[in-house]
Design a protein around this ligand. Structure first.
Ligand code: FES
Length: 135
């Protein structure tokens, strides 16, 4: 079963282009099957919440990092390449710190200042969300 992001769920609840969240247009799936925007080829993929809190990490000046933006990586908060299959269309954010520092990297993937935590994880939409199953 595919998990939906809060944004995708909200779209479903509004029934965007559908009657009651059920697809009524001609499509590849049978009538009455719930249409998930996150699985649609036209809808942009949405990140999943990897954690409901940030990851404290030691960053090294001049080192190149890839912050996981899709939420599927098993090497959180960093990219492990899983996005290529799990969320094609979402790419990691590559960054290089200018100084050694301890930083809080976003785990909820909803920050407005990626890759750093901006406190968005404290919002109800994140705290009440269901986390994807762990492998
Ligand atoms: S962990 Fe995402 S904003 Fe804090």
């Amino acid at each position: 079963m595919a998990l939906l992001s809060p944004a995708a769920l909200a779209t479903l609840m509004r029934g965007g282009g559908r009657r009651g969240g059920v697809c009524v247009r001609r499509s590849r799936h049978p009538p009455g099957v719930l249409h998930s925007p996150s699985l649609s080829s036209s809808a942009p993929p949405q990140p999943v919440i990897a954690a409901k809190q940030p990851f404290p990490v030691e960053l090294k000046a001049g080192k190149k990092y890839g912050w996981c933006a899709c939420g599927h990586s098993r090497s959180q908060p960093f990219c492990d390449g899983t996005h290529k299959k799990a969320a094609p269309g979402i790419s990691p954010l590559r960054f290089t710190p200018e100084e050694d520092k301890t930083a809080l990297l976003c785990g909820c993937k909803r920050t407005r200042s990626p890759p750093y935590c901006d406190g968005t994880h404290k919002e109800e939409a994140v705290q009440s969300a269901q986390l994807p199953p762990q492998p």
